[in-house]
Design a protein around this ligand. Sequence first.
Ligand code: HC0
Ligand code: SF4
Length: 573
Amino acid sequence: LVNLTINGKSTSVERDTTILDAAKNLGIKIPTLCNLHMDEINVHNKCASCRVCMVDTARGLVPACATNAKEGMEVQTNTPRALKARKKVVELLLSDHPQDCLICEKNGNCELQDIAQDLGIREIKYKGTKTELGMDTSSKSIVKYHDKCILCRRCETMCNEIQTVGALSGVNRGFETMVSTFFNDPMTKTNCTYCGQCIAVCPTGALTEVNNVNQVWNALDKKDKTVVVQVAPAVRVAIGEEFGLEAGAISTGKMVAALRALGFKYVFDTNFAADLTILEEASEFIHRLKEGKNLPILTSCCPAWVNFVEYTYPDLLNLPSSCKSPQEMFGSIAKNYFAPRVINIKPEDMYVVSVMPCVAKKYECSREELGQDDVLDVDMSITTRELAKMIKEAGIDLSNLKDECFDIPLGESTGAADIFGATGGVLEAALRTAYEWVTDETLDNVNFTQVRGFEGIKEASVDIAGTTVNVCVASTLGNARKVMDEVRAGNSKYHIIEIMACPGGCVAGGGQPYHHGDYDIIKKRAAGLYNIDGSKQLRKSHTNPAIVALYNDFLGEPYGEVAHKLLHTHYFD
Ligand code: HC0
Ligand code: SF4
């Protein structure tokens, strides 16, 4: 341990602790733009490029993020000299920035804007040439606005170290330096998976989702369309953050009320389709297990993971479940069952919007194979943040709304569906159903706690009617790669593998309210989902009465012919 003082307060920290982290332990905030430190998921972005965290020591000004605490050190974070240096650094950053905060996608959520405000910057002191590198709007999911990039390299850390995709890296030198793709190609020409983790950590408006809010308003305005909305599991425990509620606050009822107030004709739940996915996926698993073929089965509901497996493991495309994701299953059932059979309209006269914690879902719903006869299952996918923008635009204060319920039947769900939004949840939900189906016994304790929590790779063995089923859960694409390399090498003992691209699952999705590097927020959201599950009467997908009725009235058998046509898909190498 080393002993030091920061602003006169004594502390002892492990050797190799930075001044920045030592100060954090003392509750002293030193501002930074580039540093990002989330131990839980091994994120350590320490590029020390922004120099905002300058602090005063006996040796003069040093960057707190790149200087280790030393025995007897006396650090002052707010001397006039430190503040002046910090201000100058931010002024220089602003001098090469578009300065269009009022109309920026990130307005109100930008860390550069916040620091400029905190430091009381009221003029752009340095004026000169600005970099004009433009925008990449090629993808359905991500907008890259180079001129807003402050070269903090957080996105690179997420893309290269955590996701191991390597779509983004620093290129060129000096004034021309930019974080870009290989040959500065458009994102669509790279192997970007659209996981959105670069967006989740970008401090400015350099990386944002494609904003589709206006398309949704336009759809709501069309008299000839029945506009239906579905909401993903992870949204209900995060949207409240945009309206001053605690992370993890269960806002389902308020969110439904807000969606109805926005004008959606039917407010439905992706959870309904998550339950449906379990029936199809558990059937598919049992089928493969009996045949002893195409194991391990890989979950296929995370679209960034699907992109990753298509690019990276084209030789293993027999392994992902053929199930469409719940977002897509929902759209398919809404258009091909609910529209013609329940409300008597044509599929093409229904417009399905989905609210997702994810930006890859925007790309997913545009995939041509995910529809019937040229009618896509889902018309538009917006993020949790975009929904919050719509609610604010309409002048609605979500936090004060009275709870309302989802419409039926596509709004009914069990607790198994809620936990889809946290890493391990899909697998746990699948086990609850597979266990009962295979053993014909009632599963009394439905909590498979071995697959819960934030470890990047978790494994467990479950005895199902005398067969040991080995399961694995991976979150982040880097962890997926580790697991999949073993599968490819023939060393894997697993029967089922759940993979989610975001660290911790959809609760940490790239479309969620910004967490600004505070991983506790993600944990609280996941806890919220497990609370919902725990409080529900029905916690096994196959006991959802609306799902049972759907099979009886329309689909026939799980994994049967109609289900195959509407609920399953295929992959491309
Ligand atoms: Fe997820 Fe999903 S759980 S991917 O993480 O499976 O986005 O929340 O909606 O589709 O249900 C995201 C979250 C979903 C889907 C579901 C799955
Ligand atoms: Fe990398 Fe994901 Fe960002 Fe694509 S979306 S550039 S894969 S971090």
